[in-house]
Design a protein around this ligand. Structure first.
Ligand code: ATP
Length: 361
């Protein structure tokens, strides 16, 4: 008898991503290690393990970022099952945000569970969470910084994250409510971070499937009290917003939102490429943006060029909002002699004699 359908689904999702990771790290050693596990006798003589005393590099390491919750425990179990079959090493990291009493003990518990699954290395990293951008954003920033440094320390090929289709649907709704365009509707990318380090194998798997996979494998899971705390926007969306939408619009809402994410991502990527291609043609010989040439561009392309110019001048991408770019855009499309516009990062945008100058003020 094969595995339970939920377990089969999560393993398949992880296997696909591991194949991608392997093909992105196609060093002869990695390919050789994977092939040797599958069928050592089929390897060409040049790739067979040597006995000449030359030590081959270890196979690539894939880490799972695990909170101990159902999604990332399911992910850890699928990684532990699939990685050895492809000749990959699998380890795990849990981050202790220190936000609740006893969080260090819980992190140690997660370490124990990951170790029991056969993962190695496994470590718990304690971080201190600042306040910038609100508690959720601060915890996320601290977590990703810790995961980045772990990836570098262990020379990991990738880190798997357990975001599910439901998380993706929530992210799309949050983006929609920000009103900042299709990039924010495109949710989380399947591949992101430095060199494509972060992978999200479960973006097409629903939360129920992950939970079921844990249940049938008797994996203990930890329910983060923050996930049910109505003080957090995402929690309200999860427990009130999405159920209300499903009641009004039908059960397919989560899937439709996740599909919206993918379609929006494709559109946003295409517009970014378009903007990149025309940018040089709207600059004069001195490299300044020419207002008349910007004026005739489609607004979506023009705004992307303006945003990019502001970031190049030093505006931090995370604090540059749609309203800032709209204001700069009005120097082109609604010119009535307005003064300089202050942008985050002490960047100033100003129209001077038919040119748009964006620089540090
Ligand atoms: N404390 C943590 N340590 C390590 N990784 C984490 C931690 N918190 C979250 N992650 C990673 O980020 C992913 C998304 O976390 P988030 O809390 O947004 O969603 P979730 O649906 O509650 O996930 P989970 O059920 O795995 O906790 C997790 O699946 C996991 O991969």
């Amino acid at each position: 008898m094969g595995p339970h359908p939920a377990v089969a689904a999560i393993r398949l999702a992880v296997r696909r991503v591991l194949h991608d990771i392997l093909s992105d790290h196609t060093t002869p050693a990695a390919v050789g290690a994977a092939a040797a596990v599958d069928a050592p006798h089929k390897l060409p003589p040049s790739s067979r393990p040597r006995s000449s005393g030359q030590v081959p590099p270890p196979p690539p390491l894939v880490l799972v970022a695990c909170s101990g919750g159902a999604d990332s425990m399911a992910l850890a179990s699928a990684l532990a099952f699939e990685a050895p079959k492809l000749g990959l090493r699998a380890g795990g990291i849990t981050v202790d945000h220190g936000l609740q009493p006893g969080s260090d003990l819980r992190a140690e518990e997660v370490v124990g569970r990951l170790t029991e699954l056969g993962l190695a290395p496994v470590e718990s990293i304690a971080v201190s969470v600042g306040r910038e951008g609100g508690p959720e954003a601060a915890a996320r920033d601290a977590r990703y910084a810790a995961l980045d440094s772990a990836a570098e320390r262990h020379d990991a090929a990738a880190i798997l994250l357990g975001h599910t289709r439901d998380d993706q649907a929530e992210t799309v709704l949050l983006g929609l409510a920000r009103g900042s365009g299709i990039r924010s509707l495109s949710g989380m990318a399947a591949v992101s971070g430095t060199g494509g380090r972060y992978r999200r194998p479960f973006l097409h798997i629903d939360r129920q499937t992950a939970r079921k996979a844990c249940m049938v494998q008797s994996l203990p899971v930890w329910d983060d009290p923050h996930n049910a705390d109505p003080a957090y926007t995402r929690s309200r969306l999860r427990h009130e917003g999405l159920p209300a939408l499903e009641k009004a619009l039908g059960k397919g809402v989560v899937e439709a939102l996740a599909r919206t994410a993918q379609l929006s991502r494709d559109d946003a990527d295409a517009l970014d490429t378009w903007a990149g291609q025309v940018e040089a043609s709207v600059r004069d010989a001195a490299g300044l943006l020419e207002c008349a040439k910007l004026y005739v561009l489609p607004p979506a392309v023009r705004r992307r060029i303006l945003r990019r110019a502001a970031i190049e001048a030093g505006a931090p991408a995370g604090s540059l909002f749609a309203r800032h770019i709209e204001e700069v855009d009005r120097l082109i499309t609604g010119w009535r002699g307005q003064g300089a516009i202050n942008l985050p990062g002490k960047v100033v945008a100003q129209r001077q004699g038919g040119r748009l100058v964006i620089r540090q003020g």
